[in-house]
Structures are given as C-alpha cells and as structure tokens.
Write a protein that binds this ligand. Structure first.
Ligand code: ACO
Ligand SMILES: O=CC(=O)O
Ligand code: MG
Length: 530
C-alpha cells in the first residue's frame, strides 16, 4: 500500500492504528524537515568518508585548532529542567510495548527508549514503537502476556528519553522524491510531533539521546533541527534536551564543541563505551599500530578507556552538564548462582568506578540491575548529582586517548566473536535488536566490535593467537563451521532453520571477506529487513 502526504510516499504496511501516527500533518512536518536538512546530512556523511581517507593515510586525530576559543572560554549549557537533575540510574531498552512498561516501572530515574541499537528497525517495530511511546506518555499503555499477566504503568515512573537512529541510517519505507529519508529525522520527527506538547504539559519535555556522532558539525545539524522543529510547532526554544553519546574516537576530541553546539538543548554527554571501541577499531582499520586484544579484555579500566571517561566528566562538569556513565553489558544469569553473582559483582565494580570518578549517573541493560546501580550511586554520589566536582586535576592528552590497549588474542576470543556476530545478526534479522547471548546483553554496537575484530585480526600482521597461529580467512571459516554446530546444538535444528542463521552467516562472511571495511553492519543487514 502506498500512502501519499504531499511529496512523501509510504511504502510500508499501514496496519490498523498506524494512521494515528502517520497522519498527514505529522508526515508534512517530516517532509519539511527532510527537505530542509537532507542536503546538509549528505554533506556530513561525505565528510565522514573524507576524514576516513585521511585516517587511512596515517593522519591522527587531535583537539581542533580552529575551535580552541571554545575550549578555552567560559560558558555553560543552559540550566537543566527539574526532572533531569537526578539521573543516577538510567535503564535502556527497545521500544517494545511490554519492555517500555517494565523499564518505566523499574525504579530507574530515566528510561531511554531505543529506536537505535537495541531495536531492529523493521517497519512494524518503528511504528509500533511510536504508538507505544505515545501511549506511555499519556499513561494509557497496557499489555497482556500470553499467560494473562497484565502490565500497566505504576504511579511513579522513569523520565522518558528517546534515542533516534543515527545519521548513517535511512528509513526505506518512506520516500521523498523517490529517495529514502533520514531515519534520524523520521524517528525524531514522529516522536516530537506527537508528544512534545503532551510532555511539556506533564512538566517534562521531549528529551533525546543522540548516537554515533563523529564531529561537532553533526551536533550543529541536530541543533538546527531542534530549532526548526520547535519553531514549526510553536514550542519554546530550549524545550528539547539532548544527551550526546560520546561513542566515536573522533567525537572524544570534540566534547566541548559538541556541548557548545547544543548549548541551549544540551543535557550533557554519555560514555557510549561499546560504540567507542568499535569506532576506534573502524577508524584505524588500516593502521598497523592499532590492534585490540580479546573483546573481554577491553574494559573501562584500560588506559585509553579510562582517559576517555575522565575527560568526559571533566568537560561536562566544567560546562555545568551531567556526565553519564555507560553500559555494563552484564544481565542477571538464570539458573547459575555463581555466574549470576559474578555478573552482579562486575556491574557493581563498574558503577563504583564511575561514581567515584565523578559520573552523575549510569546505564543498566536490565531491570534486575537497577537496584545494584542505585545502591552504588546513592552511597557515593550526593543528590541530585556531582556536577560541582570539577575534576580540574584531570589532564587528558591526545596520546592518552589514542593509546592502544594491551592484552592477548585467544582462540576463545576469536570463537566468541564469530559466535556472537552470527547469533546477533540472526536475532536482528528476526526483528530483535537486543539479545541475551552467553549471558551478556548484545546489541548492534557490541556485535560490531566482534565483526570488526575478526576482520582486523585476519588482515593485521599482529593478528596472531597466543598459541602462535596467524588468524586467516581459512581459520575463520574453520571456526565458523565449528561454532555453527555449537549454535545448532544449543538452539535446536528447527530454530536454526527458521531463525535466519543461514542468512546471518552469509552476511557475516561477506562483512569479514570484503577488503573494504563496511562502515556499519546494519546498513547491509537493513537491505534484508522487511
Ligand atoms: C551499547 C548500547 O547501545 S546499550 C543500549 C542498548 N541496548 C539495550 O537497551 C539492551 C537492553 N536490554 C535488553 O534488551 C534485554 O535485557 C535483553 C535482550 C538483553 C535480555 O532480555 P530478556 O531475555 O527478556 O531478559 P529476561 O528474560 O531476564 O527478562 C526478565 C524480564 O525483564 C524484562 N526486561 C529485560 N530487560 C529489560 C529492559 N532493558 N527494559 C525493560 N524490561 C526489560 C523482560 O521483558 C522480562 O519481563 P517479564 O518478566 O515481565 O516478562
Ligand atoms: O550506546 C552505547 C554504547 O556503548 O555504544
Ligand atoms: Mg552506542
């Protein structure tokens, strides 16, 4: 079915209820923004490619000379609204109806509803997600599971934030002049159009998390979109508040500048550690100086990761902005008390480091982890936040940000990467963007690390297992076959057949075999998604 709203063509299915989200007025609002900003988005994506070429030639990122005046002058972000003062625990999760209710009732201060890496962007997931959030904001959301259990919102719920998809993604079911529109503008635009006024009436606001930016110029584009959207819907300027994920190695050099661009709309920064690791590997894909050990060895305490999080805290606090920590990927482990205790201990240690360093809040992936994080932050952080701790003792250099973590590459690490990569893509193609795999939360960012490491280890001269074997395409294929047998025995023949494992394996192989490193696995995978 094709629905037209002036120039926009909708090629996705219009299921009952979708007409309440895809209204003519909402689509015209999106069309105006897409017409206005698509050129700039395209330029910025092109710019990413030219920066990559420079990095491929050996250029190293550094703090920018041309924006020194921003780093060295005195300014702060605009004051934060009341409901964003205390963000000690933020839970994240997909825009699934039941999970939205569970997350909002979890006891966390904030719930980040994710159209991005925890969401497989099928048309249905995206539009159902908008309907679910609309109902959540109006307090009418409910859900009944197959056993008859009814889910409804508690009286007190988490403050809602929304993460639209990143600049590199398109929404292929919505065309303007025959071309797919920006997924960021689509997710942001629909949410903002339908909910901004209702949120303001509730003494809250349209709050966002902005993913995967690679420069302050990309933050400027978001800011221009915010100004445009607020003008268009006659909502006071500065009502939108957005927290930027510092999750690319290039953005780490532009934290001040990113806060500055979004000054009136900023709600601080967050350390998106998983994408950050992925970005480091991706940006230095061709460098013989960069190779990371097994994924599990790259923790937040290795020197470069610690430098990055300390710099985020210092930068934010000097601008009166909150510095939110990141996601510990552990989730509760069912039926294994020892592993369960280990998972909780790891989350606790991670949150203690963050709170002691100066973070004002943190992320958890599962409602079962909320109280652990909350206990740590309640004990170590005075309410509502510790922005007053300016951390002037912290001095982070470019070399420290670019330091390569040491460690070993093991066969177990290689196996895990292959196993997780294939299982995650299969889950994503089945419409599930976050999955529990080997007792960890996996989403697009964590799976990207797995895929990037296998690609790099094959091509890098130091891609050598600790037992002395060079990692090659042949070894990859051998281990892949062995891991497929393991997966098959775990999930069973039937699920293996119906669960997109064949398609996922093919895609994983293509990504590994291509000499040109694909910028995002989700771009290729999206072509296969309904
Ligand atoms: C790198 C980054 O970008 S991090 C941010 C993006 N990633 C995420 O947001 C991942 C969030 N986490 C999740 O999606 C989930 O926790 C998963 C997929 C990892 C595991 O989910 P499940 O297998 O359903 O876990 P589990 O069976 O233990 O869940 C128990 C209950 O908690 C709920 N639950 C689990 N995680 C969440 C969550 N994040 N938000 C809300 N509810 C949740 C489940 O729906 C389930 O509810 P029920 O008992 O009412 O049926
Ligand atoms: O989005 C969060 C991350 O760690 O990546
Ligand atoms: Mg991320």
């Amino acid at each position: 079915m094709i629905t037209e709203a002036k120039g926009l063509q909708i090629t996705g299915n219009i299921k009952p209820g979708y007409e309440q989200i895809l209204t003519t007025e909402a689509l015209q609002f999106i069309e105006r923004m897409e017409r206005h900003f698509s050129g700039r988005r395209a330029e910025l994506l092109k710019r990413r490619k030219s920066v990559q070429e420079e990095l491929n030639q050996g250029m190293l990122p550094d703090f920018l000379e041309e924006t020194k005046h921003i780093r060295e002058s005195d300014w702060t972000i605009a004051p934060l609204p009341n409901d964003l003062q205390d963000r000690r625990v933020e839970i994240t999760g997909p825009v699934d109806r039941k999970m939205i209710i569970n997350a909002m009732n979890s006891g966390a201060n904030v719930f980040m509803a994710d159209f991005e890496d925890a969401n497989s962007p099928t048309w249905e997931n995206c539009i159902d997600g908008q309907l679910n959030l609309r109902d959540a904001i109006r307090g009418t959301i409910s859900f009944k599971n197959p056993n008859g259990k009814v889910y409804e919102l508690n009286e007190r719920t988490a403050v809602l934030k929304v993460r639209p998809r990143g600049w590199h993604l398109e929404e292929k079911h919505v065309l303007l002049d025959g071309q797919p529109i920006s997924a960021s503008i689509f997710d942001f635009g629909l949410y903002f159009y339908h909910n901004a006024k209702a949120l303001v009436e509730k003494q809250s606001g349209p709050y966002f998390y902005l993913p995967k930016m690679e420069s302050h110029l990309e933050a400027r584009l978001w800011n221009e979109i915010f100004v445009y959207a607020q003008n268009d819907l006659r909502i006071p300027q500065g009502t939108i508040k957005a927290t930027v994920l510092i999750e690319t190695i290039l953005a780490a050099f532009e934290m001040d500048e990113i806060l500055y661009e979004l000054k009136e709309h900023s709600a601080g920064l967050n350390c998106g550690r998983w994408d950050y690791i992925f970005s480091f590997l991706k940006k230095f894909r061709n460098s013989n100086d960069v190779i990371f050990p097994d994924r599990q060895q790259v923790t937040m305490t290795v020197p470069n990761m610690r430098a990055y999080s300390l710099l985020a805290i210092k930068t934010c606090h000097s601008r009166n902005a909150p510095a939110i920590g990141g996601m510990a990927a552990q989730i509760p482990v069912k039926n294994d008390p020892v592993k369960n205790d280990e998972a909780f201990a790891k989350v606790k240690a991670d949150k203690e480091r963050e709170a002691r360093d100066g973070h004002d809040g943190t992320w958890v992936a599962h409602p079962g982890m909320v109280s652990t994080a909350k206990e740590v932050f309640d004990l170590l952080v005075p309410k509502p936040n510790q922005i007053f701790r300016k951390r002037e003792d912290v001095h982070v250099t470019a070399q420290e940000l670019l330091a390569v973590p040491e460690g070993t590459i093991t066969e177990a690490g290689l196996r895990t990467n292959i196993n997780v990569g294939i299982q995650y893509i299969a889950s994503w193609l089945s419409g599930r963007g976050a999955a529990p795999i080997n007792n960890l939360m996996e989403d697009a960012a964590t799976a990207e690390i797995s895929r990037a490491q296998v690609w790099q280890w094959i091509r890098h001269p130091k891609g050598i297992l600790e037992d002395g074997r060079k990692i090659t395409e042949e070894l990859f294929h051998q281990i892949k076959e062995e891991e497929l047998a393991v997966i098959k025995s775990e999930v069973g023949e039937e699920t293996f057949k119906s669960g997109n494992f064949e398609e996922s394996t093919k895609l994983f192989e293509q990504l590994i075999e291509a000499d040109d490193f694909a910028d995002f696995l989700t771009n290729a995978a999206y072509e296969k998604l309904s």
